[in-house]
Ligand binder design. Structure first.
Ligand SMILES: CC(C)(COP(=O)(O)OP(=O)(O)OC[C@H]1O[C@@H](n2cnc3c(N)ncnc32)[C@H](O)[C@@H]1OP(=O)(O)O)[C@@H](O)C(=O)NCCC(=O)NCCS
Length: 156
């Protein structure tokens, strides 16, 4: 598996990947519209196509992971991308790596906790706010669990 840093020359296909996973290039983070299409990141390419991507931003001595997606789950793609992001955070002197995921994403809650992240905050009704800015966010998430009228977890 080869992990590559996202370069400007990769933008077109990286952005196509993001739009396919997240309905648009805009990610709403705690009420802020963030352009994933301009975010730093690492990706995995297999058989000529992008099969995984992590995006992040660095500021204030911390890295925030904005998105992490694997098209080949259970084969190490997500873990390798998370390791690449954490290594980048260390290189850039970040004291903390954090992210937000939603209450329905039990897979992600397991995935991150098994990799050293813990749950630091609970933002009730966070997706209700996000959905007002991005109506394409589904009302129902993984395992049929309602999203947004419950909570979003912040993992550090
Ligand atoms: C969360 C997500 C990124 C994980 O990606 P992934 O590629 O499945 O991650 P990995 O393959 O590295 O790890 C998943 C599991 O497969 C296992 N695994 C990895 N390689 C394996 C292999 N070769 N054989 C068997 N199992 C393997 C890992 O041990 C891991 O299990 P664990 O979490 O219980 O330890 C992925 O499920 C995803 O894209 N979800 C949708 C988007 C999302 O929710 N993103 C996170 C919120 S930002």
């Amino acid at each position: 598996m080869t992990i590559r840093r996202v370069r400007e020359t990769d933008r077109a296909r990286i952005n196509e990947f993001i739009a396919g996973q997240w309905f648009s290039l805009t990610m709403v983070v705690r009420g802020e519209a963030v352009d994933l299409g301009a975010a730093e990141g690492f990706y995995v390419e297999e058989d000529g196509g992008v099969t995984g991507l992590v995006t992040y931003r660095v500021g204030g001595g911390a890295m925030e992971i904005l998105s992490l997606d694997s098209l080949r789950e259970g084969q190490g793609t997500g873990g390798a991308l998370l390791e690449a992001a954490v290594a980048e955070a260390e290189t850039r002197g970040c004291a903390r790596v954090f992210l937000i995921t939603t209450n329905d994403n039990l897979n992600a809650l397991r995935f991150y906790q098994k990799r050293g992240f813990d749950m630091a905050a609970l933002y009730r009704n966070a997706l209700d706010v996000s959905r007002r800015m991005k109506p394409s966010i589904p009302l129902t998430g993984c395992f049929g669990i309602p999203r947004g009228t419950r909570s979003s977890w912040s993992a550090c």
